[in-house]
Design a protein around this ligand. Structure first.
Ligand SMILES: [Zn+2]
Length: 147
């Protein structure tokens, strides 16, 4: 947990964000957040639980759910829902779309250029102030056509 890694968001930011919301950083919240930052594959709560368990063997699934809920409330993590599937969690806070691979079930982040995000916001009628947009592409990953 103390591995001072490079430039990625780090629990220091977590502590600050939590404090902004009047919450304290706990080992559970830190480990859950680290797990999300480490592998950005949009895991479900169950998958997060499996990854957290080796580090915090006594943690319960309910606690993992609570930690995820807290991180979402503090705007550190986005909850992503695809129809009928379980909620997935994404620590990428830059506006982006998702690409849901219908073959593998994997979810990929797709950059949403700020200019495009601004254009999308412009579609929203006056009186509404959008701060997020959810776009999901569905399809399959086709290996680079150069072969
Ligand atoms: Zn994402």
């Amino acid at each position: 947990m103390s591995s001072a890694t490079t430039t990625a968001p780090h629990p220091a930011g977590l502590a600050r964000k939590l404090a902004d919301s009047g919450l304290r950083s706990t080992p559970q919240r830190e480990v859950v957040y680290e797990v999300l930052l480490k592998r950005r594959d949009h895991p479900t709560a169950d998958e997060v639980f499996t990854r957290v368990k080796p580090e915090l063997p006594s943690i319960s699934l309910a606690t993992v759910y609570n930690c995820l809920e807290t991180l979402v409330q503090c705007d550190l993590v986005r909850a992503v829902n695809f129809e009928r599937g379980p909620t997935r969690y994404c620590p990428n806070l830059i506006p982006h779309a998702h690409f849901h691979d219908e073959v593998t079930g994997q979810t990929h982040d797709i950059d949403l250029p700020p200019a495009l995000f601004a254009k999308l916001k412009a579609v929203v009628p006056a009186g509404f102030d959008a701060n997020a947009v959810e776009i999901t592409f569905r399809g399959k990953f086709i290996a680079s056509s150069v072969n």
